[in-house]
Write a protein that binds this ligand. Structure first.
Ligand code: NDP
Length: 338
């Protein structure tokens, strides 16, 4: 049976998130940045990365794992490499502080990278790539997590659900954006299935006995599976190398051994690549993009990645958002209300 839900406005949700975060040790810039990504997810009806994450953020403030007052530092290590040290804080403020220097380096060089280290990330990745595409750049982002996904052929958690996000700007339209876990299902969605007592699709994961199961509670105790078998497993491996080895940060299996298991975001890194499409010699790229998308969308049943979110965003400003009543009660308590 579906759980009870309540409708609130995005402004009410933002106030609740800010109160809960500041009450538990976030300073204003960190609270604004964290609330901003959760509310962006709520606005797009990406529920598994919206207010659902707030108790986890608060748990990591309470446990002392994350510094709610962290002030990230930004360094231009090379003409095309910007590094942000998050100094043990949540990821969103570090990402915000790295954005302008990354855009500047990309405009100068045609291509640049942002290496984020010592951050705690468990948000969706599309906000960072979408913001870069809205500034006219092509962007790719990836991050590791904690061990949850068995490598192809294995049965034990090793990779994170390691998401990869991509955005490409368009003329007079929201950018093309995809953002997907390399696991068959994002962890938050497995948890939501468990909370609602719904089975997960076959291929989502294995129980603790290493056998396939559609029981989300068993998958949470066992191991998730990569999407597309060895192909998703290889993408997860690439992300460990890019967001771990390349930038000097922990791999998912190491992050799992660090800090208290408080239900909040793990420590780790993120790599963001940006390309300036005006610097690749393809003068008519905007027309070519529109031609490609029009040809693709001519097939019935086809849609663009990101289209669902952008449609939802247009609606939720008007309708507000539906939040599970139990979650809302928990958040109101964290914010110091009833
Ligand atoms: P989904 O499987 O829901 O969607 C993946 C992508 O595919 C989205 O961009 C989606 O666009 C697009 N898409 C869905 N259906 C279609 C379709 N029919 N045609 C074309 N495109 C389509 O995402 P996941 O469950 O894999 O991931 C959910 C979130 O979890 C991501 O935001 C990810 O960043 C986050 N995550 C974060 C982690 C972290 O540690 N920070 C770890 C793992 C995941 P649309 O949005 O428009 O539906």
């Amino acid at each position: 049976m579906a759980s009870a839900r309540e409708t609130i406005t995005l402004d009410e949700a933002r106030e609740l998130a800010l109160s809960a975060l500041t009450r538990h040790g976030c300073d204003a810039p960190n609270a604004e940045a964290v609330a901003g990504v959760m509310l962006a997810a709520e606005a797009d009806r990406a529920e598994s990365h919206g207010l659902f994450r707030l108790p986890g953020y608060v748990a990591s403030l309470k446990s002392g794992k994350v510094d709610g007052g962290a002030r990230p530092s930004v360094t231009r290590l090379a003409p095309g490499v910007v590094r942000v040290d998050g100094r043990g804080g949540f990821a969103p403020l570090a990402i915000e502080m790295g954005r302008a220097p990354l855009i500047e380096a990309t405009r100068e060089q045609g291509i640049a990278a942002l290496a984020l280290v010592d951050i705690h990330h468990f948000a969706a990745l599309w906000p960072e790539v979408e913001a870069l595409a809205e500034a006219g750049l092509v962007a790719l982002a990836c991050t590791c997590a904690t061990p949850m996904v068995a490598p192809a052929g294995g049965t034990k958690p090793f990779f994170g659900t390691n998401p990869l996000a991509f955005a490409f700007p368009r003329r007079d339209a929201p950018p093309v954006v995809f953002d997907q876990a390399s696991a068959a299902m994002a962890r938050g969605d497995v948890s939501i299935h468990a909370r609602e007592g719904k089975p997960v699709p076959p291929g989502t994961g294995l129980g603790p006995d290493g056998q396939p199961t559609i029981d989300p509670a068993e998958v949470l105790k066992g191991a998730q599976l990569p999407f597309g078998g060895y192909k998703g497993s290889n993408i997860a491996l690439m992300i460990e190398l890019l967001a771990g080895a390349l930038i000097g940060e922990v791999f998912s299996y190491e992050a799992g051994q660090r800090g208290p298991k408080d239900g909040g975001p793990p420590v780790g890194g993120e790599l963001i690549l940006a390309l300036d499409p005006d610097r690749f010699g393809a003068g008519a790229w905007r027309d070519r993009v529109e031609n490609l998308l029009a040809e693709m969308l001519a097939q019935p049943g086809v849609r663009l990645p990101g289209a669902r979110r952008h449609r939802n965003r247009r609606e939720t400003g008007r309708t507000g958002i539906d939040v599970p009543s139990a979650l809302l009660a928990e958040i109101r308590a964290l914010a110091g209300g009833e």
